[in-house]
Design a protein around this ligand. Structure first.
Ligand code: FAD
Length: 305
């Protein structure tokens, strides 16, 4: 079933989850066991992130460098197949422009369709490690909007397409207005819904949605949340995702930084309150970034769904 139909047809709020494919060496059963605790809450779908190959330039005896590609993780396609086979729920692979040309993207879309996948999230993808600016692959796509067009051209009806948005602006965009206008290009190209980067202040999210609506973006916007679980994350998350953590939350975590369990509890409570507020504002779906950890998200879902 397509996500757009799930959202329209939902009688009551539901959670969705995002997982990162496991590192090589993890077995299918280990992966499935890490997801199993979520099944108690009947998530209608699970998103699976996509990661481009790492590129290393290895020095050679003659002074030249040899380009070596390596892949740390199992592919999103394999993970989706495993989840669908075991839990019989929808999976939403992320599809990225980075590291692939149009031919390779076409092959991936064929594999998705073959597996019976009818949803995906179209993204530009992160830069390579050490790269300051995104470099498109020759013969590939520069922006997610071009990828959305390509997916529609591949098969106009096969996939319900989600795209990413940033309530606090994408780090490269000159300002939020420009970023929202670029978001509209993705919707105009055929995206069916939007899923946001994590945020820790719901007011920022509501203002963002108002600005999207004012720009004529009328597709559903799914809020993305992540519970903070370690003191380090108040530095790491802003660095990695270019976002703000509210002063009140930062102070609480700093105050209890030496007490791991207390920080975990504070992060979970904050996310729970954000979730409650979103549901009270009529949002039917809340998306949780699990980032490889089930416990704190399971604790939140148990209170809400
Ligand atoms: P785009 O929409 O292409 O935007 C990138 C930048 O270009 C923005 O600043 C935008 O304003 C600008 N822009 C867009 N169109 C134009 C245009 N036509 N002209 C000029 N400027 C333009 N990364 C991964 O590698 N794998 C994942 O699985 C993954 N999943 C994610 C899931 C979510 C929900 C989110 C929010 C992010 C995810 N990311 C993932 C990270 C994402 O790939 C990066 O944030 C990336 O830098 C931007 O991707 P995008 O699809 O938003 O890009």
């Amino acid at each position: 079933m397509k996500i757009s139909q799930i959202i329209t047809g939902a009688g009551k709020p539901f959670p969705s989850l995002e997982i990162v494919p496991p590192l090589r060496g993890i077995t299918k059963n280990q992966l499935l066991d890490s997801i199993r605790p979520f099944m108690e809450f009947n998530p209608p779908y699970i998103n699976v992130t996509s990661h481009r190959d790492e590129i290393e330039y290895v020095p050679q005896a003659d002074g030249s460098f040899r380009k070596v590609a390596s892949r740390k993780r199992i592919s999103e396609t394999a993970v989706c197949g495993a989840i669908m086979g075991e839990f019989h729920i929808e999976t939403v692979p992320h599809l990225i422009c980075g590291g692939a040309d149009a031919f390779q993207i076409d092959n991936l879309l064929n594999d998705f369709r073959f597996l019976g996948i009818s949803n995906l999230v179209a993204l530009r993808g992160d830069c390579l490690t050490g790269e300051k600016r995104f470099t498109p692959t020759p013969g590939g796509y520069r922006y997610a909007s071009e990828l959305v067009e390509a997916v529609r051209k591949f098969d106009s009806d096969a996939f319900c397409i989600g795209v990413a948005a940033y309530p606090e602006k994408h780090f490269e965009a000159a300002n939020l207005d420009t970023d929202i206008r670029n978001l509209k290009k993705k919707v105009d190209a055929g995206a069916d819904y939007i899923i946001t980067q994590m945020f820790f202040d719901n007011k920022v999210f509501y203002d963002f949605v108002d600005r999207c609506r004012a720009e004529g973006i009328d597709v559903p916007v799914i809020p993305g949340l992540k519970p903070i679980s370690t003191p380090k994350q108040i530095q790491l998350l802003p660095e990695a995702f270019s976002l703000d953590i509210p002063v009140e939350l930062t102070r609480e975590i700093e105050k209890h930084a030496a007490d791991k369990a207390a920080v975990y509890q504070i992060g979970q409570e904050w996310c729970l309150e954000q979730s409650r507020d979103l549901l009270a504002h009529g949002y039917k779906s809340v998306h949780y970034y699990t980032m490889g950890k089930a416990d704190n998200v399971v604790g939140i879902l148990r209170e809400l769904f």
